[in-house]
Design a protein around this ligand. Structure first.
Ligand code: NAP
Length: 641
């Protein structure tokens, strides 16, 4: 990592190259070859792709464009091979601008350029590295950072702090890194964002096994990052932070820890919470739950020692987690009943379970920088484009159906897909068709497997509602008794309870959970008044529904946190506290904008909304907006002393 710089020489003959190119994503390959050869002639105007999400793969190229692009790539690749695969010279900024412009088309390139360059990260880990080191800005300052959590976010923070030479310790309650990818081991668990994009910009990986890799590959990736970047020695595993108290005089946080050696305390000048949102199982309150005599467990606490083979199984919930394990449980259970309260929208993804095609894999591992340009291309086509389809149009017809013309178009496409998949089974189609606008809840990717599973003889989708759980099964609201041996809860997480169950005490003794009262807010999702030097990652309103990957947000947050640490160190300051008026005005803007998005306008229940009815999870703007707002600490946003 980054693999783009380490590729074996190309010795394939022309026929083999031609075969490999059948699987290439051509817009990204054209740019890669311009990059490798320094010859932009192959970036012909008539091959400028459509970089919008709706264009689909290959930038919407016609058959003719595909054939022209393939031929140009074949010729350029052959020439590159015949020249002995020389390492490319470092491109000029003008060249990179030209290549980015070719891929992203008609946008405000000047505004986007810094973001695009940092996502492209041609310089690997150095690309976004802090341009300062503690040894230079505050060599004698006794300053260390405590990070809570060694999952995706915590590792990203650790990596950049290490680059800046700032001492840090990570406290992790589990016995390994990787957070959600460590906890979720249910059958069928896999990432639902294309993997070459769901990876750190500073640790790009060319050889993902699948387009959407399975949990074991993700776990390996984060473990490998921890090892390669030598982060493990900073992690105290099996150690839980139970409390953190800010000392205003000292400008430091005192943490109460519970670890293998019992209770202890730890002092740090800055505290980063990287505990994630989706890790505390949400167990529903259904009458009679405790009376069930068979085994039952939540998807994030899977009990592999409970055999499901030949058993009558009930699954409660049809969110992203359940929809991944429903087909796998159906493969082994003798009878499976899935209890659905709200139908998810299925996003057609034919390649969802596919390995990376051999030709594409070959290109990633043999053509320098192709993996980086491919990742960038995925980033771009999966980012801002879809946001337009969630914007609420004033006075738009039926708010239960859609929120705008663009949103309705998505609805029509997704409904057609469902109709195709359900075939003659009209009853199933009715059950599977959501009665709320697309993207007001998280979609579920599908390659046809979910409707096909529901059509298996021993599987049924039950939408009557659950009245109670009995010692031997589930009683439905319409009075049926369904006997089962095992109950599996795919009922999600208590996502709105940010930072629970830790006790966090800020200035003047105020307690975070009293301040929030179940309605978590923060400035940029990162800082909040009265809690100086506390930085949240994946905090309130930093989740995305349709655009981007959560890793993108984590990297932006880390950039901002590093800028804060730089300010504290460089200015010789003890602490910085977000000004209440800045925080409040920001949250007003966020709330207003969320109401203008499908998830804010729709009335369907969703984990994006907290018990006060407010959307506390989602970022309603573009990725660019978050990037721009997290570049530097604006003068006046903080009280600093
Ligand atoms: P979720 O989206 O919150 O789904 C929970 C499911 O349980 C919903 O179908 C919900 O129904 C149902 N449910 C909850 N309480 C219930 C009750 N009392 N009775 C009946 N049904 C009940 O949780 P999730 O599937 O674990 O996914 C959470 C998030 O994690 C996703 O949105 C996604 O962001 C992330 N995720 C990602 C991946 C991935 O990348 N591969 C995989 C899994 C999860 P209602 O819809 O009616 O509330």
């Amino acid at each position: 990592m980054p693999a783009s710089h380490r590729t074996p020489p190309i010795d394939a003959d022309e026929a083999t190259l031609r075969t490999h190119l059948e699987h290439a994503e051509l817009p990204a390959l054209l740019v890669t070859l311009a990059h490798l050869t320094g010859d932009d002639a192959i970036l012909r105007d008539e091959l400028r792709p459509d970089g919008s999400f709706m264009a689909g793969p290959q930038g919407g190229y016609s058959e003719h464009q595909l054939s022209v692009a393939r031929k140009l790539c074949l010729d350029a690749l052959s020439r590159y091979r015949d020249a002995g695969c020389p390492p490319p010279t470092r491109p000029t900024e003008t060249q990179i601008r030209g290549w980015l412009g070719f891929l992203v088309g008609d946008i405000d390139l000047e505004s986007y350029l810094p973001l695009l360059l940092s996502e492209l990260a041609l310089d690997g880990p150095a690309a976004r590295a802090p341009q300062w080191r503690k040894a230079e800005v505050a060599p004698d300052r006794d300053f260390r950072v405590a990070i809570i959590g060694a999952g995706m976010s915590g590792l990203a923070a650790a990596f950049r702090l290490q680059q800046a030479g700032v001492p840090f310790v990570i406290f992790e309650k589990s016995d390994d890194v990787a957070g959600t990818w460590h906890d979720n081991v249910y059958p069928g668990c896999r990432v639902d964002v294309p993997n070459h994009f769901y990876s750190y910009s500073f640790a790009q990986k060319a050889d993902w096994p699948q387009i959407f890799s399975t949990q074991d590959a993700l776990l390996d990736y984060f473990r490998q990052c921890a090892d390669e970047f030598d982060l493990r020695r900073h992690v105290r595993f099996a150690t839980e932070v139970t409390e953190a108290v800010f000392d205003e005089e000292a400008g430091s946080w005192t943490l109460a820890l519970r670890g293998p050696d019992g209770a202890e305390s730890f002092e740090a000048q800055a505290l980063i919470s990287a505990v994630g949102q989706l890790n505390r199982p949400n167990m529903p309150e259904i009458e009679g739950m405790e009376s069930f005599e068979g085994p039952s467990f939540h998807s994030a606490r899977w009990q592999h020692d409970v055999p499901l083979e030949g058993k009558r199984v009930a699954i409660i919930g049809t969110g992203a987690s359940a929809c991944q394990f429903i087909p796998r449980v159906a493969d082994v259970a003798s009878e499976l009943t899935v209890f659905q309260r709200t139908a998810p929208w299925l996003l057609p993804t034919p390649e969802y379970h596919d390995p990376v095609p051999e030709g594409l894999q070959w290109l990633f591992t043999h053509v320098p920088f192709y993996a980086a340009w491919y990742r960038f291309w995925l980033f771009w086509t999966g980012s801002e484009g879809l946001l337009g389809s969630v914007v609420v149009e004033d006075d738009w017809g039926d708010p239960k159906r859609s929120v705008s013309e663009a949103n309705d178009l998505v609805r029509v496409m997704l409904t057609e897909y469902l109709a195709e998949q359900c075939g003659d089974d009209k009853d199933l189609l009715e059950k599977m068709t959501p009665d709320y606008p697309p993207f007001s809840k998280r979609f579920v990717r599908d390659n046809g497997i979910l409707p096909a599973t529901y059509q298996r003889d021993h599987v049924s989708l039950d939408t009557a509602g659950i009245e109670r759980i009995t010692p031997s099964g589930i009683r439905t609201a319409d009075g049926r008794e369904i006997e089962v041996d095992v109950i599996l809860y795919g009922t999600g997480f208590t996502a709105s309870d940010f930072l629970m169950p830790m006790k966090i005490v800020g200035r003047g003794g105020c307690e975070l959970h009293d301040v929030w009262d179940g309605d978590a807010r923060a400035y940029l999702g990162i800082t909040l008044p009265h809690f100086p030097n506390l930085f949240l990652m994946y905090g309130p309103n930093t989740n995305i529904v349709v655009n981007g990957s959560i890793i993108y947000f984590s990297e932006c947050e880390v950039d901002y946190i590093l800028a804060c640490v730089r300010k504290l160190l460089g200015g010789g300051h003890k602490a910085m506290d977000c000004r209440p008026e800045v925080h409040d005005a920001y949250n007003e803007r966020i709330d207003a904008e969320n109401l203008r998005k499908a998830w804010g306008a729709a009335t369907v229940n969703t984990w994006y909304r907290n018990r006060h009815g407010r959307i506390s999870q989602n970022w309603p703007y573009t990725l660019l907006a978050y990037y721009q707002q997290t570049r530097e600490v604006a003068e006046g946003d903080y009280e600093i002393w």
